[in-house]
Design a protein around this ligand. Structure first.
Ligand SMILES: Cc1ncc(COP(=O)(O)O)c(C=O)c1O
Length: 390
């Protein structure tokens, strides 16, 4: 076993089921391990390195900011933050932005915003947030509470009160769950960790409508779906809906820890002086990286994502052990015939030079958004060959 793996086991808390690989470098869609072995990357560090490894333009943005100043705190104004916030507002039509460091933090901020919005207008008892069964919103106590999966509601209680869960796409159940205590509805348009399941458009549109009718805060968690991943800058844009709060992280800074909460007109001024804050949120290096990422998510790139999706679907459609392909854009879930264990396929992939993920019982692919068709074909051929062995 490599020294690094041994040292990890000795010194790092064992919360991850790691594969026996030490990734050390790479370029574009290629990852390289400590022994020099190459892999096609269909994982992007779980959806973060959206322009691949060590992309030249991304590096330029980061290095240029490193040469200026690495951090300033939020007590002072910051050019990278302002440039990024302006671009995010212009590209989405949202009105204001708050910067954080991770997906969970952005959702914490969304939860606080929803409750504060309701408190300001309706007083104390309107605090419930409806989320979906099988959702995933993060690992802090509040975002675990928001997560609609019992498996996450163990050991760490008491959890945060005031979350209700309804089944995805069940409009009747949602109608019956909304009460005079409800202040918000929070969804992922494609449940990522929950198994790469896209919500039905009618359900998303109903949520938008009911939130407007009842003055609820419509929160879309775009931590995994955002920043071009589904073939739209933000996935909600496909449905013609207008959320009140959008949270995004993962791919936003192309592989640096970063997150943003986007607020509509309705919620733009809900959080006031002293009501939220963070030391590192909005860090200039991460903000400069995010600016370079968001600038590049244009129609051409989004068209490439959709074309790449088509290629994946076409190639997988006649694979006998593939039952279905789910998700949107380059957020891909592959359901396999009963008895084929996705994590075993992923482990075989590593042996054979392709790095994939799992989501529940599915294989999950989150390749770089600009992956070449050549690399995509190469990685898929390896994966299909493995799936065909069963
Ligand atoms: C939809 C969604 N929300 C929130 C999170 C939490 O993000 P982070 O791990 O950056 O805290 C994740 C992470 O997988 C996610 O997929």
């Amino acid at each position: 076993m490599s020294d690094i793996i041994e040292l990890d086991k000795e010194n790092i808390v064992n919360t991850y089921k790691r594969f026996n690989v030490v990734l050390t470098s790479g370029h574009n869609s290629t990852l390289i391990d400590e022994n020099g072995k190459e892999y096609i990357d269909f994982s992007t560090g779980i959806g973060t390195n959206i322009f691949g490894i060590c992309d030249e333009e991304w590096k330029k943005a980061v290095i240029s900011q490193v040469n200026k100043i690495q951090h300033t705190s939020n007590l002072y104004y910051s050019e990278p933050q302002v440039k990024l916030a302006k671009m995010l507002c212009e590209k989405t039509g949202m009105k204001k932005v708050f910067f954080a460091n991770s997906g969970a933090e952005t959702n914490e901020c969304a939860i606080k915003t929803a409750r504060k919005y309701s408190f300001d207008k309706y007083g104390e008892n309107r605090y419930e947030i409806i989320t979906l069964v099988n959702s995933f919103h993060g690992r802090t106590i509040a975002t675990l509470s928001a997560t609609g999966q019992d498996v996450f509601h163990k050991y760490f209680g008491p959890f945060v009160d005031g979350f209700k869960y309804v089944h995805a796409n069940d409009i009747e159940e949602l109608k019956n769950t909304i009460s005079d205590k409800t202040c918000a509805i929070m969804i992922e348009t494609v449940q990522g960790e929950g198994g790469v399941n896209a919500l039905e458009p009618e359900f998303i549109k109903y949520i938008d409508k009911v939130c407007k009718e009842k003055d609820l805060v419509f929160i879309v968690d775009e931590v995994q779906t955002g920043n071009g991943r589904t073939g739209y800058l933000y996935s909600y844009m496909e449905y013609g809906v207008t959320p009140d709060v959008v949270t995004t992280a993962k791919g936003l800074a192309g592989g640096l820890p970063f997150g943003a909460i986007l607020f509509s007109e309705k919620t733009a001024n809900t959080l006031g002086y002293g009501e939220h804050g963070t030391t590192f949120g909005g860090n200039p290096i991460a903000a400069a990286a995010a600016y370079s990422v968001i600038k590049r998510i244009d129609d051409k790139l989004l068209a490439h994502v959709k074309e790449a999706r088509k290629l994946i679907e076409d190639k997988l459609k006649n694979v006998k052990n593939v039952v279905s392909v789910s998700g949107k854009g380059l957020m891909v879930g592959i359901a396999l015939k009963d008895g084929i264990v996705a994590s075993e396929v992923v482990a075989e992939g590593i042996k054979n030079g392709v790095i994939c993920l799992t989501a529940k019982t599915k294989i999950r692919l989150l390749p770089p958004l600009n992956i070449s068709f050549e690399d995509l074909n190469k990685g898929l051929d390896i994966l299909i060959d493995i799936i065909n062995r069963y």
